[in-house]
Unconditional design. Structure first.
Length: 186
């Protein structure tokens, strides 16, 4: 079994070039959270020529709507949301410098092409492991759209946040690799 690769967010092109579909990673640094309602508002800001609430260059967005924290916790359960709900918004954010996304499920062709074009990566967090994932989150603060509750944009500080690279900067696709492996009977 291979050791997970340790990466530090924010990411650079050199960082994403080292990641391949199927790599297990442990992320340390800053992640931002946003789901579809927040993504819609981010794009509306851009359409009006306004600045985003955070500098998106090199950043990773985690598609999550965490539950409220219990006393003594930084955050509640923080499992991934289905990524396809953000597909309509993602290419524009990638074009602005977004380098990574974490969620669950496959992405559409436009997003896959944009990931490759922009030298980014898409990673999956394990669904059903929300409480475990929350342990890697050391600090959480709402930075925009607090009225959205769980869907507010948060800045998370994480240590050893576990994920798996699904789509890499070269066009590698873990889901397609799995289908091919199954077809070969391996």
């Amino acid at each position: 079994m291979t050791e997970p690769k340790r990466i530090t967010a924010p990411l650079t092109d050199a960082d994403t070039a080292k990641l391949k579909a199927g790599d297990k990673v442990l992320i340390t640094g800053v992640l931002y959270t946003a789901r579809d309602a927040a993504h819609k508002r981010l794009i509306e800001l851009l359409d009006r020529g306004e600045k985003l609430p955070f500098d998106i260059k090199g950043q990773i967005i985690y598609y999550v709507g965490p539950t409220p924290p219990k006393p003594g916790q930084v955050i509640g359960s923080a499992g991934p949301t289905t990524s396809g709900r953000m597909d309509a918004y993602t290419p524009r954010l990638l074009d602005l410098g977004l380098k990574g996304m974490v969620g669950k499920g496959a992405r559409n062709r436009e997003v896959l092409d944009s990931i490759k074009k922009n030298r980014a990566v898409y990673m999956a967090a394990v669904g059903g492991a929300a409480a475990l994932i929350a342990r890697s989150i050391k600090k959480a603060e709402i930075i925009a759209y607090g009225d959205l509750g769980p869907e507010a944009v948060r800045r998370l500080e994480v240590v050893d946040f576990p994920a798996i690279v699904v789509n890499d900067a070269e066009g590698g696709d873990l889901f397609l690799q799995g289908v091919e492996k199954y077809r070969r009977g391996a």
